[in-house]
Design a protein around this ligand. Sequence first.
Ligand SMILES: NC(=O)c1ccc[n+]([C@@H]2O[C@H](COP(=O)([O-])OP(=O)(O)OC[C@H]3O[C@@H](n4cnc5c(N)ncnc54)[C@H](OP(=O)(O)O)[C@@H]3O)[C@@H](O)[C@H]2O)c1
Length: 340
Amino acid sequence: MAQTARRWYLAKHANADIEADTFEFREEPIPALKDGEMLVRSIYLSLDATNRVWISTWDQYMDPVNPGEPMRGFVCGEVVESKNPAFQAGQIVAGMHSWSDYFVTDGATFSAFPALPGIDLSEAFGTLAIAGPTAYVGLINVGEVKAGETVVVSAAAGAVGMMVGQIAKLKGCRTIGIAGGPEKCARLTEEFGYDEAIDYRNEDVAARLKALAPDGIDLLYENVGGQILDAGLAAMKNFGRVVICGLISTYNQSGGPVPGPYMFRNVIMRRLRIEGFVILDYVEEMPGILQELAGWMMEGKLHFRVHVVDGLEQAPDALKMLYTGANQGKLMVRIGNEPG
Ligand SMILES: NC(=O)c1ccc[n+]([C@@H]2O[C@H](COP(=O)([O-])OP(=O)(O)OC[C@H]3O[C@@H](n4cnc5c(N)ncnc54)[C@H](OP(=O)(O)O)[C@@H]3O)[C@@H](O)[C@H]2O)c1
């Protein structure tokens, strides 16, 4: 059995881009288990856009990670040894812990992770841990999407965006995805079922939205912010809804106030409802949401793309991919092999 754990710590807050010395890699002894604890061997680490928020000095929705603390993330792993009656050795579990290959936990944020027949663990974890529930809640609980509506999604080829488009289609909507570059835009229509794709790197998003949604957007699912949010606000229908899921284009900005949105006046002109949300607030709804998402996956109704980077050592460099668009799907780090 492993005697030591390798773990990433935050060395300093990130005020702009993540740098070579933002994180520090350490190896340390694995402590003996106390009653109520379990030792987990990590398999996949989910890298999420919000990881960048956690290591900032922003006022945020939960405690930040401070210098000297282990870097936090959503992980799935195998229980190696357990002194917690709720978990058994050999079980696959998922929850929030540190970027490490082994860790000891009291299991407070953990639950057993179900095996989905015919679905890889990487796809199941990638879909069900964060991205799928976020897409579902933003679209259905917050956005109150209805059949026949025109739904526009930014960062549409990313982990959350690919799910939003597909769930909106399942609900009978017309979908327009915005992503960077011809390859991701082709993926939007060919893999993720979007009706239309807009390449924000090579096209005028505001002009394309007006052309593709001449009667206006009913529901804007915003993942990016900045100029893309402005283009969406300019093309909203009267009484449309804007769901603010994320503002990734602003996460690496340092110092003073971030610009815009300049079309905020349309909240009045078009009588819009704008609502932000954090998926962690929907714990009580989660069992039903996971059941529905897992059902769609097993029926082959949800297509999912994962981008797996090998090796815990690569986690900080891999995280940067989310902010350049280098990730080609739900970004995860494979820390250890799947059992068997
Ligand atoms: N509210 C919640 O509870 C919650 C939970 C999870 C995620 N989120 C939010 O959901 C969004 C997507 O996160 P994710 O984890 O699924 O990541 P992701 O979409 O898989 O990856 C991030 C993508 O954002 C795009 N992007 C990055 N910087 C950009 C910029 N400056 N301008 C335009 N596009 C940019 C890139 O796609 P392109 O190549 O297309 O540019 C990149 O691939 C984030 O805003 C995140 O904060 C919110």
